[in-house]
Design a protein around this ligand. Structure first.
Ligand SMILES: Nc1ncnc2c1ncn2[C@@H]1O[C@H](COP(=O)(O)OP(=O)(O)OP(=O)(O)O)[C@@H](O)[C@H]1O
Length: 300
């Protein structure tokens, strides 16, 4: 019998995760799965559960929670020979990974998507000894994004990220960065470096408009300064569409990037605080299979 594991973070979103578990369970049983439910109680539980699912040959893992739960779940796939298919029920405030894959942000619709027969094989990123599904930021803005409070997130949603970001942009501090990618090196002062896997970052679907989830590339932006953003905060999302062409932004794609600094510089990985520099980033092309809505694949 096919085996599915539901990994659910009961504290996710507005603590509505547990309500959805029964529906997911019913849908998977109807599809012929033997279903195991695992509730997380603390950090890294989702990683441990997902590793067990790999080791025990599960066919499917469904993550019910926010981007943090998804990030931890995906990390359970690291270095595993058998990687189950992934289903996502997004309950977070931003849900970048779901946005990038056109998985509905409405939980009931996302649950119905689990019956879809379409699967997309997507890239993962590797940062030092962890995986990421969406974005790595390094610099002073990265630090401020990690400190957005849960209350702020619940109240303002995506706007909380933007608000904190803008606070930081005014008077942002640049750090000396050395960025090596493929055969090249960039050396300079920068307040923010971003490496994106998908076209949805912090809820803005235009930050890295050329990024496709399966293009085998890290899409990187080095900001030489953030002054461009200070003047146009009202239309940030519009601006993001053309950022890569701006004179104060260096845009490149690469399969392997290293970032270091003579100073202590923080990172943010998939919306959570990450390790300080130095970091090594690699792309793992077409690394996991994700259940997506049927129209998404037909539209390709
Ligand atoms: N039972 C639990 N109670 C509190 N925290 C938990 C529990 N289980 C897991 N966690 C931690 O909660 C963190 C945040 O979870 P998640 O991102 O899914 O929810 P969220 O904060 O509502 O979503 P978002 O970050 O998108 O706003 C996870 O990284 C995980 O370490």
């Amino acid at each position: 019998m096919k085996q599915a594991m539901i990994i659910v973070n009961p504290s996710s979103g507005k603590e509505e995760a547990v309500e959805h578990v029964r529906n997911v369970e019913d849908i998977l049983r109807d599809k012929g799965y033997d279903v195991t439910i695992k509730e997380t109680a603390k950090e890294l539980d989702a990683t441990r559960f997902c590793t067990t699912a790999c080791e025990e040959g599960y066919n499917l893992v469904v993550s019910i929670g926010g981007d943090g739960t998804l990030h931890e779940t995906i990390n359970g796939l690291m270095d595993q020979d058998h990687r189950p298919k992934l289903g996502v029920v997004p309950l977070g405030t931003v849900n970048d990974f779901a946005r990038a894959l056109q998985i509905p942000l409405n939980p009931e619709q996302a649950i119905r998507t689990l019956t879809s027969s379409s699967v997309k094989t997507v890239d993962m990123g590797r940062l030092n000894d962890q995986l990421f599904a969406n974005i790595v930021a390094a610099g002073s803005l990265a630090e401020s994004l990690s400190s957005v409070s849960s209350d702020d997130k619940s109240m303002f949603g995506t706007f909380a990220y933007l608000k904190e970001g803008i606070k930081e942009l005014i008077g942002n501090a640049a750090h000396p960065l050395v960025i090596r990618y493929d055969e090249q090196t960039w050396v300079g002062e920068s307040p923010l470096f971003l490496a994106a896997l998908t076209n949805s970052v912090g809820g803005f679907e235009k930050l890295a408009p050329d990024a496709a989830v399966d293009d085998g590339l890290l899409h990187c932006l080095i900001f030489k300064n953030l002054n461009i953003l200070n003047t146009v905060t009202a239309s940030l999302s519009l601006l993001f569409g053309s950022l890569k062409d701006h004179k104060d932004v260096v845009y490149f794609t690469a399969k392997h990037v290293s970032v270091s600094s003579a100073e202590s510089v923080s990172t943010n990985v998939d919306g959570e605080a990450g390790p300080s520099l130095p970091i090594e980033l690699r792309i793992l092309p077409r690394h996991i299979e994700v259940i997506v809505p049927e129209e998404e694949v037909e539209g390709n």
